[in-house]
Design a protein around this ligand. Structure first.
Ligand code: PLP
Length: 408
């Protein structure tokens, strides 16, 4: 309930608004800009800019004496609230939220690398990451060497004094192989590199790269952090405040910041992250077990299975085995397509991490630009289908998979 003081304040604002002409009232009437009762939820500061009380205030901001808000591309309270929450979840000292996972990656790379520097990256990373490294950074004179999964134990051989950045992703897409973040980070640090781990698939609920020695945890917040398939966002978190400031500077300067409305959706989604991850992980386990040994399936890829590459490390560094399951359908591409087209509950969608279960067809989505040789190295074929398990009732999800497999 509003206090007498604030009620009085509103009345006096209203009476002064009455004195204004209609055009001015259109802009200002009803807009209680000067102090309000606190909401239980974080307000959406849906503004591109902040009204400043006087020139001294502006001077303090531009000279760095004050860190108050003045322009949303630089900082916004709704976005800052999301950043604080994600930093707290990853155990970092700061976070930069961006307009997509891709812009988060760009900000992080530009914070660390310049012309003539080199990146060492796992080959088993998101396709868009490979393209950004190869095509965009290549143009800027930053060279990337890609390390196939089977070579990760010999990672040292791929690094040199020029290596400024080591890029990791685990579990990988779509084969869900896992790599030892702590061991890889040690190698990166030996060469003085900054180590970034894409933690999109695991989320900070299941795996915390910073605690394992990595310098930056990166997210496509479009996926589990948002969790409802209704926003595109990214985040980079670090325990190193200087690095956070550099990443923020790059994000602000290249313009890849998040709109406050989307920041609100991200904040709201994050509130249920743990319950969503727990339920979807349970569902994934149950589905993977059901599909293992199925007569229409030649292989089930799930980090919780002993035969999955990196299972032992997944057991050690993850709290649970995740919400993704990939399968290989017997009969190859044609059967895989029939299976996908027959699903009724699982939507064909080239993303993941929403509350709804979705299916993706890697050779026509994340891996559409890969050569045959690269697909072989990545162990992906037209028979590979990736399942992003949601939070529905497991029995319904299995029944739908079963009827689609009968038609495959
Ligand atoms: C693991 C991973 N990292 C990064 C990205 C890029 O994120 P965004 O699409 O939000 O730019 C994706 C997108 O699918 C992804 O799966």
């Amino acid at each position: 309930m509003a206090s007498e003081k604030s009620k009085r304040g509103r009345r006096s604002e209203k009476s002064s608004a009455d004195a204004l002409s209609v055009g001015t009232r259109c802009v200002h009437a009803g807009e209680n800009r000067h102090g309000r009762a606190a909401s239980l939820t974080t307000d959406i500061a849906q503004t591109s800019v902040f009204a400043l009380p006087n020139v001294d205030y502006l001077r303090d901001i531009v000279t760095g004496k004050s860190s108050d808000y003045y322009y949303t591309r630089n900082a916004n309270p709704t976005t800052a609230a999301a950043e604080e929450k994600i930093a707290a979840l990853e155990g970092g000292s700061g976070c930069v939220v961006t307009s997509s996972g891709t812009s988060a990656l760009l900000a992080a790379v530009l914070a660390v690398c310049g012309q003539g520097d080199e990146i060492v990256s796992m080959l088993d990373v998101y396709g868009g990451t490979i393209k950004l490294f190869d095509v965009v950074l290549g143009k800027l004179g930053i060279k990337t060497t890609f390390v196939p999964y089977g070579e990760m134990e010999r990672l040292e051989r791929y690094c040199s004094k020029k290596t400024k950045l080591l890029f990791l992703e685990t579990p990988t897409n779509p084969t869900l192989r896992c790599i030892d973040l702590a061991a890889a980070a040690k190698v990166g640090h030996k060469f003085g590199a900054t180590v970034i781990a894409d933690n999109t698939f695991a989320t900070p609920i299941l795996q915390r790269p910073l605690e394992l020695g990595c310098d930056v945890a990166l997210h496509s917040a479009t996926k589990y952090l948002g969790g409802h398939s209704d926003l595109t966002a990214g985040a980079v978190v670090s325990g190193d405040k200087t690095l956070v400031a550099k990443m923020r500077d790059m994000s602000v300067t290249t313009g890849g910041v998040l709109d406050p409305g989307a920041s609100y959706l991200l904040l709201r989604g994050l509130k249920t992250l743990e319950v969503r991850v727990e339920k979807a992980s349970q569902n994934a386990k149950c589905i993977a077990q059901h599909l293992r040994g199925h007569k229409k399936i030649s292989r089930v890829m799930f980090p919780g299975f002993e035969e999955n590459e990196g299972h032992e490390i997944a057991k050690k560094q993850m709290r649970d085995f995740g919400m993704m399951v990939s399968i290989e359908i017997k009969g190859g591409g044609k059967s895989a397509e029939r299976f996908i087209n027959s699903l009724k509950l699982w939507y064909l969608a080239t993303s993941l991490g929403g509350v709804e279960s979705t299916v993706s067809y890697p050779v026509l989505a994340s891996h559409v630009n890969c050569s045959k040789e690269r697909l072989k190295l990545l162990d992906v074929s037209p028979a590979t289908v990736r399942l992003s398990v949601g939070i529905e009732s497991c029995g319904d999800l299995i029944a739908d998979l079963e009827q689609a497999l009968r038609r495959a």
